[in-house]
Design a protein around this ligand. Structure first.
Ligand SMILES: [Zn+2]
Length: 125
């Protein structure tokens, strides 16, 4: 039995009798034995904090009414991010406008420039 198989089994079995292969693995593997010990400590701690009091039928409804809905959260996020999105749009538009040469500028470049080189390479290949 592999360690991950045993640990999966330990997570499911609650104080039940372990199969013989699992018990044998626990005796041989210190890491899995430590995992089991820590798992039992966690389970015991949870049992100590258990209460018999159950919330009334409207508890979930009251919590939902107090907590902000997803729509509200998305709306606030959109309002906060809108100025950033507008600024980014303006910066990228200005950058694209400044970085793109006009067609006349491409034609007016000297013959040693990139346009002529590109035309010659494209027609030569
Ligand atoms: Zn193991």
């Amino acid at each position: 039995m592999r360690c991950d198989e045993l640990r999966d089994q330990l997570m499911v079995v609650d104080r039940g009798e372990l199969p013989a292969a699992a018990a044998a693995h626990l005796e041989e593997c210190e890491e899995c034995a430590e995992f089991r010990r820590r798992l039992e400590l966690a389970a015991e701690s949870l049992r100590r904090h258990r209460t018999d009091h159950l919330p009334d039928a409207y508890f979930a409804q009251r919590v939902s009414a107090v907590a902000a809905g997803e729509t509200d959260q998305l709306g606030w996020a959109a309002v906060r991010l809108l100025p950033v999105a507008l600024a980014l749009t303006l910066v990228l538009s200005a950058w694209a406008w400044l970085a793109t040469p006009s067609p006349s500028a491409l034609v007016e470049q000297s013959p040693t420039d990139d346009l002529l080189t590109w035309v010659l390479e494209e027609n030569g290949s």
